[in-house]
Write a protein that binds this ligand. Structure first.
Ligand code: PLP
Length: 418
């Protein structure tokens, strides 16, 4: 249920008592273990040559390294992006050149054909919102130009794109575990080109192992999802907080380095990576080359998957229906493809400000990619820059309740209805 509360009262709640606000990402609870283990849809977790990483951004960095991107190379990046898609490119000393996308979120290959620099070595193409994009034309264009295709499945853990599973088109594919599983960290690197080799990653330390397991439990207990254990777990963390932090704690912790997923998780488990204020920092190289912790790996590979797919599809369909027929907003993607498990529900809003900030203040699980990387140009026929202003990404994950969805719909109608 979404309730109006000030940021400071939210801070108190985050530390000591069950959250009154819906989780922005999946959270561990007894419900996590319900339903059939295998999903009817393929997943990057069943890709024949994959490796778990500490995050999606770490996987992008490793993917770029795999295909040999280095200083002075050019990587083609879509104009609609979050900073974590661009930072790995710059971390390697390469240059990001932004390309336009069309109204469906597909790369404008006509523009790329005319304008892509000859130095372009790789292209990042994204299945936005978890709705699989056609990738065959991107594949053919990259093949013709000798460019490596990095298929960004951070939003699309499950699904099919045309004749292949998502993640089957790129030379390399990447995914993000935190968006689909109740884990504070995690990503996937998957290789489709036989000549590429999976990198050797350094093991996580014992402390990191323990911390990841604790963060998973803390997230669940913070949202009151571990009936029978909630109070105990919250009590332990409250005690730990008292012992470690004598000074009053502010809700907004200083922004962590962009790759520092574990720090982000510890600072405020319910916000995690998504809300590390989207700074333009570079990627944490040692963390990117570290293996995923056992607890995060276990959660992501062991929990039943069909419930995740079913609930996300059900929630998307609910929001589709709820958001028809208002002049102030409309579903950006009014069809839910059969072979998909959405990450978020993209809603086009005619006048998103100041309502978007108000939604954030109220704790509505919504985000917007309004932090474009500096220097993104205005490109002819580009939908991406307009999306970054007008498109709100509403949560539709498996751990939202009916009341949470109702709260989202109520706030959208109240703030943006014509
Ligand atoms: C499309 C896309 N790619 C990559 C990433 C990076 O994933 P992670 O947050 O796991 O580092 C994100 C994160 O939001 C994303 O939205």
């Amino acid at each position: 249920m979404i309730t109006a509360s000030s940021p400071s009262s939210a801070a108190t709640t985050a530390r000591s008592a069950p959250h009154a606000v819906p989780p922005r990402l999946p959270v561990m609870g007894w419900q996590t273990f319900q339903g059939p283990r295998d999903a009817a849809l393929p997943s990057l977790l069943t890709h024949p040559r994959h490796q778990l990483t500490t995050s999606g951004r770490a996987a992008i960095l490793l993917a770029l390294e795999c295909v040999g991107v280095g200083p002075d190379d050019v990587v083609l990046v879509p104009s609609y992006h979050c900073p974590t898609m661009v930072a790995p490119v710059l971390t390697l000393g390469a240059q990001a050149v932004f390309y336009p996308i069309d109204a469906q979120g597909a790369p404008r290959l006509d523009w790329l054909q005319a304008h892509a620099p000859v130095r372009a070595k790789a292209m990042l193409a994204t299945h936005y919102f978890g709705l699989p994009q056609p990738m065959d034309a991107n594949r053919a264009w990259c093949d013709a130009r000798g460019i490596a295709l990095i298929e960004d499945c951070a939003h699309a853990m499950f699904g099919r794109s045309g004749s292949r599973p998502v993640g089957g088109w790129g030379d390399v594919a990447i995914a993000s575990l935190t968006k689909f599983f109740p884990t504070p960290e995690g990503g996937i690197l998957a290789l489709n080109r036989p000549d590429l080799t999976l990198p050797a990653l350094t093991p996580a330390s014992s402390l990191q192992q323990i911390k990841a397991a604790a963060d998973i439990l803390h997230m669940g207990a913070s949202h009151d999802r571990l009936t029978g254990l909630n109070r105990l777990i919250r009590g332990v963390f409250a005690l730990r907080g008292l012992l470690r932090r004598p000074a009053p704690v502010r809700f907004a912790e200083p922004a962590a380095p962009i790759g520092d997923t574990t720090t982000a998780a510890a600072a405020a488990p319910e916000e995690r990576v998504e809300d590390v204020d989207a700074n333009m920092a570079l990627i944490d190289l040692p963390l990117s080359h570290r293996a995923l912790t056992a607890a995060s790996g276990w959660v992501s590979t062991r929990v039943p998957r069909q419930r995740i797919v079913d609930a996300r599809r059900r929630h998307y369909a609910h929001l589709l229906q709820a958001f028809q027929g208002d002049a102030g907003f409309h579903p950006l993607m009014p069809q839910l493809p059969a072979d998909s498990a959405p990450y978020v529900f993209p809603l086009w809003v005619r006048t998103p400000d100041p309502g978007y900030l108000e939604m954030r203040r109220l704790g509505v699980p919504v985000s917007r990619w309004d932090r474009l990387w500096p220097g993104v140009p205005a490109l002819p026929g580009d939908a991406g820059v307009a999306w970054s202003h007008h498109v709100l990404q509403l949560a539709c994950h498996q751990d939202l309740s009916e009341a949470d969805l109702h709260g989202i719909v109520t706030q959208v109608r109240r703030l943006f209805g014509a």
